[in-house]
Design a protein around this ligand. Structure first.
Ligand code: SF4
Ligand code: ZN
Length: 303
């Protein structure tokens, strides 16, 4: 009899290694199809950080997309975080080489003149925004920029069920409709913004980790040294405990967040969309996009 290696409580069934790998790949494909994430011939830019989620995603997408006339690219952003970013970059380069997928790399320092470690030092002294606030905004800008550069028509990230539930709560706590709007499963194309999709949005992190381990994928298993400095960390811990106590919490939050975001339209932001006067990408509520607002904010912190 084949050995069972995973028991899924919600489904009430056990999986052998082979069954589990097939299950996760099938679930990913179903999510892509359910939300109409790609066209058959999409040019897909996959953001790969080198962590377990994005490393698993590029392996599964590489397998799925072989059946279609689509094109895959990998993009990687170097945050400039000591004992973390260097290892991630090496792993991503190796993954790209092994899969034969073209890779494009950009660093935050190159584009915004400062590393996330430098931001962390200054922010801690001045007791201002956590490094994650800068890192998130600058990474989003760079991902979109690189996706535009390779003429991709989709930008894909490995955000999973746990991440999505955290993001929904974060946006509610911050009162951010813009953040909720970004959760749309097949966002409308805005000139300059490559539509962003998340094929892992309904998969729990623990299942993605299990896939990566069963496949013996090489990924950066170190946590970012700044992870505990952001607001997300507390929400992550709290949600994890809720899910343990009340299974189904993640899914319930994802469902309500999806329903809300589908009803929202750009006009709900009540902010005028202009083009950033530095980069030309869309900017809501001012002359600068978020990335360049943060760049200016950091320069002001330096005085
Ligand atoms: S934990 Fe924060 S600083 Fe570290 S990579 Fe993530 S967003 Fe960036
Ligand atoms: Zn800008």
């Amino acid at each position: 009899m084949t050995e069972k290696i995973y028991y899924k409580k919600e489904a009430g069934r056990s999986f052998s290694r082979k069954e589990f790998l097939n299950y996760l790949e099938k679930k990913t494909l179903e999510t892509i199809q359910k939300w109409d994430m790609f066209d058959r011939d999409s040019k897909i830019a996959v953001a790969v950080s080198g962590g377990k989620d994005s490393t698993t995603l590029i392996h599964i997408l590489d397998k799925i997309e072989r059946e279609f006339p689509s094109e895959l690219f990998m993009i990687h952003l170097d945050e400039g975080i000591q004992n973390y970013s260097d290892r991630s970059k090496l792993i991503v380069k190796e993954t790209a080489k092994n899969l034969g997928v073209p890779l494009y790399v950009k660093s935050i320092k190159e584009r915004f003149g400062v590393t996330i470690d430098e931001v962390a030092t200054v922010s801690a002294k001045k007791r201002r925004h956590s490094p994650c606030a800068y890192c998130g905004v600058w990474r989003r800008w760079l991902m979109n920029h690189l996706a535009n550069k390779v003429h991709a028509d989709r930008l894909v990230t490995a955000h999973c069920l746990d991440d999505e539930a955290q993001t929904i709560l974060l946006n509610v706590l911050r009162g951010s409709l813009t953040g909720l709007l970004r959760l749309k499963t097949r966002p409308k194309s805005i000139p300059g913004v490559v539509p962003h999709v998340k094929p892992f949005r309904s998969l729990p992190e623990k299942e993605i980790t299990l896939y990566a381990q069963l496949k013996d994928l090489d990924y950066n298993d170190k946590a970012c040294p700044h992870a505990e400095e952001g607001m997300r960390w507390g929400i992550r811990q709290w949600l994890y405990r809720q899910e343990e106590r009340y299974p189904g919490t993640y899914h319930a939050i994802l469902n309500i967040g999806t329903k809300i975001s589908r009803r929202l339209t750009a006009s709900d932001q009540r902010k005028e969309i202009r083009n950033c006067e530095v980069c030309g990408y869309p900017a809501s509520g001012g002359a600068l996009c978020q990335a360049h607002k943060f760049k200016r904010r950091f320069q002001e912190l330096l005085g």
